[in-house]
Write a protein that binds this ligand. Structure first.
Ligand code: ATP
Ligand code: MG
Length: 411
């Protein structure tokens, strides 16, 4: 892709009314644009990052045997009355049509998926099953000041699993933990699996927490990795000695990037989602639900992976692997290299803009693409390119004839 053809531009100045690092950097780099507090548009480069995150999430969900659906965002009030959440969910957006009929905007989707499955599940033979989607959620968040970390409209992956008994649900719950660990490590995050409250219907749930000062949560954890709990509910306090000899428990700020809940029959009871066992006896379906906020995940990656120059994308989510900069005197060589790499199927963001070398180098740091290639008068004279990794200081010279094989190696 040619950078001159991108309508989104980088900004030098720091956006006003943005306190969070993720929003500051993503806005300045032209990855997202703000419509109002808690509501963002993804611009072309931001969408490429989001699509990479979605791809990873889909791969891990499909590997769990879950099937993808897409559920509506506009819900009838009655479904939310059935679960009682029309009254109890404070952040639910409610609206009326011209005839005065009331609706909810999807804050989550149990109220849709459970009645939907009631049409298809009737026998033990129909279970277990797992369904997921990647879909917008709407929540009337009071504190939408953290950029992509807390949206009022935001993309979530929500997975729901349905089982004949609690044991089967808990076994699946363990498999989801593995998929979640894979997802977070693949996007370049260390997420701590943290014990959390199960609300009124379960003894426990788990959250995936990423340590960063930008976090709105706090966890108490053992540096040895054998204990972590949300500080709100933790039995153990900061400073208590770890039972396994790893020293005192620590307390730190963190971002909840995902959570998993053993719902049991909370929602199947509300909608009477039941099945007949081998003997024809009726039972309520046992459920689990599992969320990941994709926008929040993207924002968290930026909070964790940046330096004073800008974003430093982990390779698996980067919008491009290679950023080719054409500086004065190196234009011809840069253009030839771009065409050659395109022809070889190697995707490159090509900075072919009319801009000063300083501007291009500063923007490359801000955009955060893993590998920078520079073609200048100096490199052209030696038939080579300057190569630099975004997260290293070292600059290498690579001969033009070696470029394709150099770039074909994993970064
Ligand atoms: P929080 O305590 O941060 O409000 P939550 O408990 O309301 O989160 P869930 O309803 O369980 O979260 O949603 C599942 C996932 O969706 C969360 O783990 C988080 O990653 C993401 N998420 C929740 N609320 C938001 C939001 N306002 N903006 C972006 N992502 C969100
Ligand atoms: Mg919430």
């Amino acid at each position: 892709m040619k950078q001159s053809e991108l309508f989104s531009k980088t900004q030098r100045s720091f956006p006003k009314n943005e306190e969070s690092v993720n929003a500051q950097l993503l806005l300045r780099a032209g990855y997202v644009e703000k419509l109002m507090a808690g509501v963002y548009s993804y611009l072309p480069l931001g969408l490429l990052v989001l699509r990479n995150i979605e791809r990873i999430v889909r791969e891990e969900m499909n590997a769990l045997g879950a099937v993808e659906v897409l559920l509506p965002s506009l819900h009838p009030k009655e479904n939310w009355q059935t679960t009682g959440r029309w009254k109890t969910m404070d952040d639910l957006y409610k609206l009326k049509d011209r005839g005065g009929r009331e609706f909810a905007l999807a804050g989550t989707h149990e109220e849709v998926i459970v009645p939907l499955l009631k049409k298809f599940v009737s026998s033990y033979k129909d279970l277990p099953l797992a369904v997921y989607q990647i879909q917008n959620k709407f929540r009337d968040e009071l504190r939408a000041k953290s950029g992509l970390l807390r949206g009022r409209e935001f993309l979530m992956k929500d997975l729901y699993s349905f089982h004949a008994n609690e044991n089967d649900m808990l076994q699946y719950y363990e498999k989801v933990k593995v998929a979640y660990r894979n997802i977070f490590s693949r996007v370049g995050l260390k997420a701590i699996e943290t014990e959390a409250s199960g609300g009124t219907f379960s003894d426990f749930s788990h959250e995936y927490q990423v340590l960063t000062e930008a976090g709105e949560d706090e966890i108490i954890y053992c540096a040895g990795g054998d204990y972590a709990a949300n500080a709100e509910i933790s039995q153990a306090k900061e400073g208590k000695q770890c039972d396994l000899g790893h020293g005192p428990l620590k307390k730190a700020k963190s971002i909840e990037v995902g959570n998993i809940f053993p719902l049991k029959d909370k929602y199947s009871k509300a909608f009477n989602l039941s099945f007949k066992d081998e003997k024809g006896k009726e039972h309520l379906v046992q459920m689990g639900c599992y969320g990941i906020g994709l926008g929040r995940l993207l924002g968290t990656i930026v909070e964790v992976h940046h330096d004073k120059g800008g974003i430093v994308w982990p390779s698996e989510v980067a919008p491009f692997q290679i950023h080719l900069l054409s500086l004065s005197g190196g234009e011809k060589a840069a253009k030839r290299a771009y065409e050659e790499l395109q022809a070889k199927g190697i995707e490159v963001l090509f900075d072919d803009r009319e801009a000063s070398p300083g501007e291009k180098l500063t923007d490359a740091d801000l955009l955060g693409i893993p590998l920078r290639l520079v073609s200048s008068e100096k490199t052209a004279s030696s038939d080579s390119f300057e190569v630099k990794k975004r997260d290293e200081e070292k600059i290498e010279l690579v001969k033009k004839k070696d470029l394709v094989s150099y770039l074909s190696r994993p970064i």
